[in-house]
Write a protein that binds this ligand. Structure first.
Ligand code: MLT
Length: 313
């Protein structure tokens, strides 16, 4: 049933502040975006669709819409929204490109420190009734060479934070100039050079056809033996099987992984390995980031529904 007010369909759990932005101007409805049949039916009457990362907004979804004007991604990555399909139907796509970048960078740091000091394993051991100090010796980050793959907003925030640990920073990013990197105190290098020199590698790339599988068995073989690898960006940028194999044979000393090729998932070859710290895509999961992601996109959605210009965030 069509309401007099524009219908905003929220397909995932978003911060409560999101709905507050809308006030009475729209009718807010909810659906579970991972329930395909429910989504396809609910989207028929929607003027706006709000998602996080679990809902696949593809051509089939757009084909089921009748009055959709805007799709909003309450976060950064747009890999779950088929933007050309939206454009073909005249549907605007908005995201919240700065909402969770600090949280994502902080999570990458958290994974790295957990890995370096073996905190999850030591925690589990002590809670399990063991006091094993010698079993959980770690490494310092100070003095290490840190390779940042992808020097965009999140990569830069990660690098800034790592600089405070007394690291030497190198980065690979074909879209950033060496001069800009130098301003940030970072040496820009080719990927092979980064792989060969880094003691720690952290990935901060979007998932695109160009970046998918960027780090596979061949690249891992070029790393320094014992390198620590962090991926809080997207699953599939590093080949999961190849990473697990490299950890198993000791080429990679440990991996901190927040994102997986298929999500949600409860099985990955990485889950069985002792030198691996994993989290279920929590990079953006802070109160602050979710508040910003929700309210930022809600404001853009209101502008779009009013027919106003929607500025880039
Ligand atoms: C993003 O792209 O913003 C993140 O994946 C965060 C999220 O899970 O919403």
């Amino acid at each position: 049933t069509q309401s007099a007010r524009p219908v905003v369909l929220i397909a995932e759990k978003l911060a409560p502040s999101t709905v507050s932005v809308f006030g009475d101007e729209v009718e807010v409805r909810h659906v579970d975006g991972t329930d395909r049949a429910a989504l396809l039916s609910a989207v028929a009457d929607a003027d706006a669709l709000l998602v996080r990362s679990a809902t696949k907004v593809d051509a089939e979804v757009f084909a089921a819409t009748n009055r959709l004007k805007v799709v909003a991604r309450a976060g950064v990555g747009l890999d779950n929204v088929e933007v050309p399909a939206a454009t073909a139907r005249g549907v605007l796509v908005v995201n919240a490109p700065t909402s969770n970048i600090v949280s994502a960078a902080e999570h990458a740091v958290a994974l790295l420190l957990s890995l370096a000091r073996r905190i999850p394993a030591a925690h589990a051991s002590l809670q399990g009734g063991e006091w094993k100090r010698s079993a959980y010796s770690g490494v310092e980050i100070n003095g290490k060479t840190v390779g940042v793959v992808g020097l965009g907003k999140i990569g830069q925030l990660f690098a800034q934070r790592l600089a405070a640990f007394g690291t030497q920073l190198i980065a690979y990013d074909p879209y950033v100039s060496a001069a800009r990197a130098a301003q940030l105190g970072i040496e820009l290098v080719e990927l092979d050079d980064l792989l060969a020199r880094a003691d720690v590698i952290s990935i901060h790339l979007p998932k695109t056809p160009e970046t998918k599988g960027l780090i596979g068995a061949k690249e891992l073989a070029k790393t320094k033996k014992g390198v620590l690898i962090v991926n809080a960006a997207r699953g599939g940028l590093i080949d999961e099987e190849a990473l697990a194999e490299a950890v198993r044979d000791g080429q990679v000393g440990g991996a901190g992984v927040d994102v997986f090729a298929t999500e949600p998932t409860t099985s990955s070859p990485l889950f069985e390995l002792p030198n691996v710290v994993v989290t279920p895509h929590l990079g953006a999961s802070t109160g602050e980031a979710q508040d910003r992601a929700g309210t930022d996109v809600a404001k853009s959605v209101l502008l779009a529904l009013r027919g106003d210009f929607v500025p880039d965030a």
